[in-house]
Design a binder for this molecule. Structure first.
Ligand SMILES: Cc1ncc(COP(=O)(O)O)c(C=O)c1O
Length: 314
């Protein structure tokens, strides 16, 4: 079996092949969605002969906070969780881009929604490429499903059960011929994609919905805001965005660990700008990749070296 068909994962405190990581059919999280997950990318940087984890400390910090929403008190520090992830890279000898999926879940094998304190964690790392092809820009569609409200299931929590909301939106959008969904919240404001944050550009200003509009507080979102301010000198404003503003935006793009920076060129029946990837979206995407692959020393603090050799590009 090729080694990455059965990667080594971290499960119940041990490093085991994924084929041996089994849970009971009665697992609480499987029935009630009581888990919290994360998504972290690792970038193979050929020029540096290294595989960098992108902002693992911030992702693990967020994971611990979100786990506490379900009263799952992770004892490991972000540094310890990063060390486990680096060990996975080493054991699997990854030599290309990866995606890391930490999962913490209510593990009691029993019927009944009342939660108890039994939980388990797994950290899975897999080779991973492009999630949403966006080099020519994507066609997004506003879906009729609304984003979950904070007082129902907190969108900021990356709670497994809340992702049924995303699955419904993504499925509708794709069946209707769109590349990705755009969610509105119950107030009718544009909030995010099915697994990404959203930005629009109007008159050279970057606008993105605030956390209080029921978004996930994305780490890529924060990264892009910092790059826009520092590198492009743009004004970035967090405020509610109307659907009609999205339709008349000069540019728009999604951000997220999976989608990275994905320019949007059309929303429903409205072409944005001249219908091609906009200048600001293009610049931010380029900057993001430069940072993630270790080509901008002033942002090295966002990268954690795995010292895993990936080969030097000829
Ligand atoms: C619903 C949703 N919004 C936004 C994001 C982007 O967050 P991040 O940039 O931290 O990956 C994600 C993440 O993966 C997500 O699931």
């Amino acid at each position: 079996m090729p080694k990455h068909d059965d990667p080594i994962i971290y499960f119940n405190g041990r490093y085991v092949p994924v084929s041996e990581a089994k849970v009971s059919i009665l697992t609480h999280a499987l029935h009630y969605g009581t888990g919290v997950f994360e998504g972290i990318r690792g970038y193979a940087a050929k020029e540096h002969n290294d595989l960098f984890l992108f902002r693992p400390d911030d992702h693990y910090h967020r994971w611990k906070q979100n786990c506490s929403l379900l009263r799952m008190g992770l004892t490991q520090t972000p540094a310890e969780l990063t060390a486990i992830t680096l060990e996975l890279i080493r054991r699997n000898e990854f030599d290309s881009d990866i995606y890391v999926r930490p999962l913490c879940y209510k593990s009691s094998p029993r019927i009944g929604v009342h939660a108890d304190d039994q939980f388990a964690i797994a950290i899975i790392a897999l080779p991973f490429g492009v999630y949403l092809e966006s080099s020519e820009g994507v066609h997004a569609g506003v879906v009729s499903w609304r984003r979950v409200e904070d007082n129902a299931i907190p969108a900021r929590g990356k709670i497994c059960g809340a992702y049924v909301n995303s699955v419904l939106a993504s499925d509708d959008a794709r069946r209707a011929g769109f590349d990705e969904a755009v969610f509105l919240n119950e107030a009718g404001h544009v909030v995010e994609g099915s697994s990404s944050n959203i930005f629009i550009v109007r008159n050279h200003k970057l606008l993105t919905p605030p956390p209080s509009d029921n978004i996930l507080e994305g780490i890529t979102r924060e990264t892009v805001m910092e790059l826009a301010r520092n590198e492009l000198g743009l004004t970035v404003e967090e405020r509610s965005i109307d659907r009609s503003e999205l339709y008349i935006a000069d540019e728009a793009f999604f951000t997220g660990t999976a989608v990275e920076v994905a320019p949007i060129v059309k929303v429903d029946f409205h072409v944005l700008g001249d219908g091609h990837v906009g200048e600001i979206s293009r610049s931010l995407r380029r900057l993001f990749y430069q940072v993630a692959r270790g080509d901008m020393p002033r942002y090295y603090h966002w990268l954690t070296s795995s010292a895993q050799p990936v080969g030097v590009r000829k």
